[in-house]
Design a protein around this ligand. Structure first.
Ligand SMILES: [Zn+2]
Length: 47
């Protein structure tokens, strides 16, 4: 089974699930990132 990356939309067998927040704090959902995008996402959290 493969997953579509939330950011780059590539198919990836390696999936990392993240929580994405919308405009409101209660508006959260789960998305899946490939390995590359997940690393970038982690970096973006650190600023
Ligand atoms: Zn990706």
């Amino acid at each position: 089974m493969t997953y579509s990356c939330y950011y780059c939309e590539k198919e990836s067998e390696q999936a990392h699930s993240i929580t994405v927040y919308g405009q409101e704090e209660a508006d959260e959902r789960f998305e899946v990132l490939c390995g590359d995008c997940y690393e970038e996402w982690l970096l973006s959290l650190k600023g």
